[in-house]
Write a protein that binds this ligand. Structure first.
Ligand code: HAM
Length: 415
């Protein structure tokens, strides 16, 4: 029986993994250059970690299950809630702000399509304990630098959920949350129907639509404050810092985010090409969650990059490491020893483990793109000189071990 992988999951072969590692390395390097330290949390958590803020409705969107003792658990659909739990459990007395980053797989019970998976990876950061615009500016600039360094063509949209929340303040929380979700999905028809269904005054509906239509430079803040009275100082100060860092952004008050915990500035980045409908490659903003998990009510800010979507459109990769195939004719032990010595000198070497003829060993070396083959046979053992075969040119030469190393060094195979 052939067993397929579960729906919405993927397998990755070495070429793809090399590319993903190269991308991950850039992300880590930049996060660390901003003083962020890596953390890791469990793949599964208590279900209530995710339902506390979002309600039971989220259960149908995640992998929730009972373990053998009947505990209600869930595979993490994201890492912000787990990181805040970790913060409350382990780090609440540490000097603030705390700067953490993570690279981890997440699980959502999605309808799979291109760019939307049931298992996917996020690279994210959380800056914990500040309510200053400087914290938002820092994480926005960090996300922007990573996307730039990866050579991506993207748009960055910045909004503030507080503005819409304020406009909807007279509605019950559940209704306001549903409106935010419809706006997040850009479902304007659904929004019209829902506003009508809950009997929202026309004037409120008009203001909602005018607000979410606003998009442009920082002057948009002035227009928005005519629709909803709000203090634009925080956003103006944020824009000042972003402008000084030469970050290109669009103010878009229709950027509201699908997750319920955001309280202030929110932002999303969209790839301009190559991803179709699932083009959001980054989402983040400031939020309050710690108090729901038994900690202090503090503000934090962060983002997560959609790693799989980025890998889909990013050209970065690292070249395959050159490989040496050590072939033997009746001297397997000696071939194993030679390969071992080469590896200690930083050279990637494979030996024959199929007990094949020399011809088939060399043919396999060719199949796996080995740059060189080194032959260990009777003649080599007796003379103390190995036969080196250049797999590209077909040339052969006889070299002692030290000469072999020098040759590999000069060919860039080892330091
Ligand atoms: P999110 O927008 O739900 O935010 O996810 C972040 C990114 O993960 C998205 O922009 C998207 O690129 C990617 N993503 C989401 N779902 C999928 C999927 N099914 N398949 C492939 N990629 C996907 C969060 O998760 C927040 N925790 C971000 C955050 C951190 N906010 C503050 N701190």
């Amino acid at each position: 029986m052939k067993i397929e992988r579960p729906r919405g999951t993927r397998d990755f072969l070495p070429d793809e993994i090399r590319k993903r590692r190269a991308i991950e390395t850039v992300m880590r390097k930049i996060a660390e250059s901003y003083g962020y330290g890596e953390i890791a949390t469990p793949v599964f958590e208590h279900l209530e970690l995710f339902t506390t803020k979002s309600g039971e409705g989220i259960v149908k969107e995640i992998y929730a299950f009972r373990d053998k003792s009947g505990r209600e658990l869930a595979l993490r659909p994201e890492l912000t809630a787990p990181v805040m739990r970790l913060f409350v459990n382990e780090c609440s007395v540490m000097p603030r702000p705390l700067r953490f980053y993570y690279f981890a797989n997440c699980f959502r019970y999605e309808r799979p399509q291109k760019g939307r998976y049931r298992e996917f990876w996020q690279f994210g950061v959380e800056l914990i304990g500040s309510s200053s615009h400087l914290a938002d500016a820092e994480v926005i600039s960090l996300a922007y630098r990573i996307l730039n360094e990866l050579g991506l063509d993207f748009e960055l949209h910045i909004g503030h959920v507080g503005v819409l929340r304020y406009l909807l303040r007279h509605l019950e929380e559940e209704k306001a949350a549903k409106i935010m979700r419809l706006i997040d999905k850009r479902d304007t028809d659904g929004l019209t129907v829902y506003l009508d269904e809950i009997g929202a005054p026309h004037e409120l509906a008009d203001r909602v639509f005018s607000l979410i239509d606003l998009s442009g430079g920082r002057e948009v803040l002035g227009d928005a404050s005519k629709i909803v009275k709000f203090d634009t100082t925080y956003m103006e100060k944020l824009c000042d810092v972003l402008d000084s860092l030469e970050i290109n952004y669009t103010i878009n008050l229709g950027t509201v985010r699908g997750l319920d915990y955001y309280t202030g500035v929110v932002f999303e980045a969209y790839a301009k090409h190559g991803l179709g409908a699932e083009k959001q490659i980054c989402g983040g903003g400031s939020y309050r969650l710690a108090h729901l998990f038994g900690g202090e009510d503090i503000q934090s800010t962060g983002f997560a990059l959609g790693f799989d979507r980025i890998a889909e459109i990013c050209d970065l990769t690292t070249p395959e490491k050159p490989l040496v195939a050590v072939a033997s004719i009746g001297f397997e032990k000696e071939a194993c020893k030679l390969a071992d010595s080469l590896r200690r000198h930083g050279i990637c070497a494979v030996t024959d483990v199929m007990e094949r003829s020399l011809k088939r060993q060399l043919s396999f070396a060719n199949d796996v793109n080995a740059r060189f083959a080194v032959i260990v046979g009777k003649r080599e053992i007796e003379s103390g000189k190995y036969t080196l075969k250049d797999m590209e040119t077909g040339e052969s030469m006889q070299l002692e071990f030290e000469e072999l190393l020098d040759y590999f060094r000069s060919s860039g195979l080892c330091p």
